[in-house]
Design a protein around this ligand. Structure first.
Ligand code: SF4
Ligand code: SF4
Ligand code: SF4
Length: 442
């Protein structure tokens, strides 16, 4: 299988410069012996090369059926060779493994649904990432976010004083509209702790404003933590730095435990949610979370069903739903998402495929965080998504709802590159704009 698409990345280049075949092999043997166990062995040995997973992968479909982009092709070119050669490979091969695992697979797990043997290629590729992390070979931009997690416990280098500043700034802004609104910091015994990802205080502060308005209007007893652990995101999960991933998850839950809250509500993000229900919790060895945690989809559904939030109007015009893999395929919130969407918009037209079969946005799995060198990989690797959106546009749908930050980032790039002129909305955008505001100034 030819690989003629090497992209220069300083993190990968400088990472492999420190390697020798002997060091790679030693690390590989320790890794296989100490970390992977039966799961990787079973997956690797049961694949019958039937190729049925190929049509599930947006990279394969977007590259006219090039087998090197198929799930089985990606495994064969990386973990397959590593296992066959017992890790005795040259550093340049590790560059190729890292480029494939970090930038040509979103870990979206669509392919697992199409494999008759249930092989989880996303898991195998995450093991390739883990091995590359152990060798110190990761793309520069995503490694920067992982370093930020290590240094600050948030992914955006937000300083300790900048975080409460951003909250107080949004509180002040919101008080023009809701005079009694507070963003209640560190309230012990609150019913809900609301947590967000670090890009919110950095780039999307209006989402904090909107969430505060919704929570205030609903009348629930809520709080936000002021201390490190407030960021619920986890790029370390995607670089393969599982030690750091575990520390982040602990810090997040410890915030909630210190405040003795009843429940954590996570903002509209897919990967942050996955880091809690799928990977971080397992690494920490938890059967159950120390504190109950829900995604915003579930929380909004509760607020609407219970009448704590009432819609004054609905969003006019047809909308469609982009189902985030990490929330829908991974966690099964498809019906709740449809309930909320039907409560807030006048007309919902489904894209096809949808629900757990939806195509990934091609930004997830940390791929968007690998930065500008790989932007075209995302855009070309998701021609199939652009075609899917174009079909919606042809039906008169110009608005896409998706409750995931990364999906917004990935879809924005696709919409722009393929000239689709569509708009993206979070659920919170619409709820805030169209809810009854009984506590606002007239
Ligand atoms: S996990 Fe997603 S991106 Fe990765 S091979 Fe499977 S379908 Fe493709
Ligand atoms: S569908 Fe499953 S068994 Fe067939 S090639 Fe893909 S991973 Fe292997
Ligand atoms: S960004 Fe959204 S669609 Fe893309 S992998 Fe994450 S959850 Fe899935």
């Amino acid at each position: 299988m030819k690989f003629d698409r090497k992209i220069d990345d300083a993190g990968l280049r400088e990472g492999i410069a420190k390697l020798t075949p002997e060091k790679i092999q030693e690390t590989f043997l320790q890794f296989i012996e100490g970390e992977t166990g039966a799961k990787l062995k079973v997956y690797s040995e049961t694949c019958v090369r039937c190729g049925m997973c190929s049509e599930a992968c947006h990279y394969f479909m977007s590259h006219d059926g090039d087998p090197s982009y198929s799930p089985v092709g990606k495994v064969t070119q990386t973990m397959g060779v590593l296992l066959k050669k017992k890790g005795l490979v040259d550093p340049e091969f590790i560059y190729k493994c890292a480029q494939i695992a970090y930038t040509e697979c979103n870990l979206c797990r669509r392919c697992i649904h199409y494999c008759p043997l249930g092989i989880d290629t996303g898991y195998i590729m995450s093991m390739v990432r883990r091995f590359c992390h152990k060798l110190g070979v990761t793309p520069l931009y995503i490694q920067d976010t992982a370093h930020s997690h290590s240094a600050t416990f948030n992914q955006m280098w937000v300083k300790d004083d900048e975080w409460p500043d951003a909250l107080l700034w949004q509180e002040e802004e919101a008080r023009d509209e809701f005079p009694n609104l507070r963003v209640p910091l560190d309230v012990e015994g609150a019913d809900y702790m609301y947590s967000v990802i670090a890009p919110e205080p950095k780039f999307r502060t209006q989402l904090i404003y909107q969430a505060a308005a919704i929570l205030h209007e609903s009348g629930v007893n809520w709080t936000m933590p002021s201390l490190p652990g407030w960021d619920n995101s986890d790029m370390a999960m995607f670089t393969g730095d599982f030690e750091m991933m575990g520390r982040l998850k602990r810090a997040h839950f410890e915030c909630a435990q210190k405040l003795k809250v009843k429940k954590i509500v996570m903002g509209e993000c897919g990967h942050a949610f996955r880091s809690v229900y799928d990977m971080g919790n397992r690494w920490c060895g938890w059967d159950n979370y120390p504190v109950e945690v829900v995604h915003s989809i579930e929380f909004f559904a509760y607020l609407l069903r219970s009448g704590k939030i009432k819609m004054a109007t609905k969003f006019e015009g047809p909308v469609t739903i982009h189902d985030p893999c990490n929330v829908i395929r991974g966690r099964g919130l498809m019906d709740e998402l449809r309930y909320v969407t039907s409560e807030i918009a006048t007309e919902v037209i489904e894209m096809t495929p949808n629900r757990e079969h939806n195509y990934c946005c091609c930004a997830g799995g940390g791929v968007i965080n690998c930065g500008p060198p790989f932007k075209n990989v995302r855009i070309k690797g998701n021609k199939i998504k652009a075609e899917q959106l174009k079909r919606m546009k042809d039906q008169g749908v110009n608005t896409i709802i998706s409750p995931c930050h990364n999906c917004h980032g990935g879809l924005e790039d696709i919409i722009h590159a393929y000239d689709l002129h569509m708009e993206l909305k979070f659920l919170g955008d619409i709820i805030y704009a169209h809810m009854e505001k009984t506590k606002a100034v007239e």
